[in-house]
Design a protein around this ligand. Structure first.
Ligand SMILES: CCCCCCCCCCCCCCCC(=O)SCCNC(=O)CCNC(=O)[C@H](O)C(C)(C)COP(=O)(O)OP(=O)(O)OC[C@H]1O[C@@H](n2cnc3c(N)ncnc32)[C@H](O)[C@@H]1OP(=O)(O)O
Length: 184
């Protein structure tokens, strides 16, 4: 794929190890926030992605493209597909249970995606260097080994809790994550 230098890990950036005590391989991942547009079950107009991790560092999910996701008639909107990429990538770095935000997201659209398609999504981290995490994702049509329709590469930046407290609603998140520790 056409990945830029900005989303390519520098030499020496190692992929993360599974977090001790983190989700067991094969276990489903709940939503990180019930109102999240990507994964929140209380977000009726969202993507409602449900995901699992096969190994503690990779995330897989299925996204059924519906009529509400159209751009051209009968075809998925590219921005919606980018959102799905952003979400599974965000889920994969959230496996580390440290707060990151998307800094840069690059997306390649390789095949049109029809309404009714089940996209099989997968995301993984290629390296962490300081506050920067380098991640990739892909969406395959119809099966985990189906043809690739969309690929993405991203740079996520680790932030402190003050990012959410200052700019968002940290209390709303913490209300659903009583076990979350700021400095575990
Ligand atoms: C209570 C809640 C708990 C936690 C809850 C977690 C929930 C788990 C979520 C999982 C699922 C979510 C999935 C969706 C994830 C989103 O959608 S996040 C929302 C979208 N993103 C945003 O809103 C981010 C907006 N941007 C910002 O806030 C700030 O620009 C940033 C990204 C924090 C960076 O600002 P900064 O902290 O001042 O850092 P800065 O010094 O500018 O940059 C640091 C380094 O990154 C580089 N960099 C920064 N931006 C870029 C860029 N765009 N391109 C290239 N390089 C960049 C800088 O060049 C710098 O590099 P070095 O000089 O160190 O080599």
């Amino acid at each position: 794929m056409t990945r830029s230098a900005l989303t390519t890990p520098p030499p020496g950036a190692a992929p993360p190890e599974p977090l001790p005590g983190g989700p067991a391989p094969g276990s489903p991942l709940g939503p990180h926030y019930s109102h999240c547009f990507g994964c929140g079950p209380k977000q009726p107009t969202g993507l409602n992605l449900t995901a699992s991790t096969p190994d503690g560092v990779t995330v897989t999910a299925e996204f059924v493209v519906g009529g509400v996701h159209q751009g051209a008639p009968g075809l998925a909107h590219g921005g919606v597909l980018a959102t799905a990429m952003d979400e599974v990538i965000g889920m994969s770095i959230w496996l580390l249970r440290r707060p990151y935000v998307t800094g840069r997201l690059e997306t390649d659209y390789l095949r049109p995606v029809s309404v009714g398609t089940t996209l099989h999504l997968r995301a993984w981290c290629t390296g962490v260097s300081g506050r920067k995490a380098y991640l990739e994702a892909e969406g395959r049509i119809g099966a985990p080994d189906g043809p690739v329709a969309v690929r993405a590469a991203a740079l996520f930046i680790e932030v402190g809790m003050e990012h959410f407290a200052e700019h968002g609603d940290a209390d709303a998140f913490l209300a659903e994550h009583h076990d979350y520790e700021v400095n575990p």
